[in-house]
Design a protein around this ligand. Sequence first.
Ligand code: AOF
Ligand code: ZN
Length: 348
Amino acid sequence: MDSKDYMKLVLDAASKGHSTWTNPKVGAVIVKNNQILAIGHHEKFGENHAEINALSKLSKLTDAKGATLYVTLEPCSHFGKTPPCVEKIVQAGIKKVVIGQIDPNPIVSGFGVDYLKEHNVNVEINDIYPKFNRSYNFFYKNNRPLITIKYAMTLDGKINHIRNNRSILTESAAYMDSQKLRSQNQAILIGENTFKIDDPELTVRLNNMKFSPIRLILIKDINQVDLSEKIFKVNSEIWFLSKTKPKKDFSKNVSIFVDDWTPNKILKLLTEHSIQSLLIEGGSSLQANFISSNLVDNFVVYIAPKIFGGQGLPAIFGEELSKIMNLKNLQVKNLKPDLKITAERDTN
Ligand code: AOF
Ligand code: ZN
């Protein structure tokens, strides 16, 4: 195996991490004389970093003396929830560290490499995982969350059949895929009409698990919210973004932010709370507002094999959006009987 193979191996290891939010997924492998001594990955937010998990698999730390450490992300140099990995790496006598990517997190960025070099460890830096830990990287580079818009439509662009009624357009494969999409985002946002008409739970139902990203609801008047809505049945965080102050008490998992909300203000709030990714599920006027503000990075569109024609409401965005947007990286996936199309903002 060569360096390229090891870098692929660490990426596979990193991918095994589950609940690492809002920390990155990281993988590490220790190699000596072309033998793999140990592989580790970051398993869960707040727990050991990948490098420490790999080192702790050795029978003794000094088994790694003279070895090379391959790691997807620059090893950390700060005291956070765990002590700095670079100190352990130096203590173990590792002589070379091959890094997949410099950490964009300013508390680490470059400092990890500096520490290793100062302690006579050879460092090789690559930049080979541009898409891995996408929202983590995006957040630190752009100082705002990565924003994805999701909607389902018919082949003639209709999202609803009858006004103020929810039309279910797609089938089970697309449904499962959209659940996965929810699980990949730290927060979900919906507007007032979607909240009232759909009465959604906004949870993730996957592999017999039920959990939820932070659920954000944009509403004019918080005092119009009915506590019997389905959203309150699940005990995870809910944020109402309201124009008015509440007159009644809500449960502990409900936060109310009062302002005259615009897409830019919402984004500022999320950034201040270190939210790295946001999925906007609807309705289309809320999505159109974000597009108009030039704040949408990703599109996920499910297309159902139906035509509503004049029986349906105006097509998605209709006249609500007067902006032209160019997209790139269009990809199509067959989720029979539906299609999934993804696209990204074209920044050029
Ligand atoms: C991880 N896992 O394997 C590596 C990380 O709050 P802490 O102490 O867990 O530190 C989180 C930061 O540590 C994270 O933003 C990144 O900069 C760095 N490296 N984090 O959770 C890991 N190697
Ligand atoms: Zn670390």
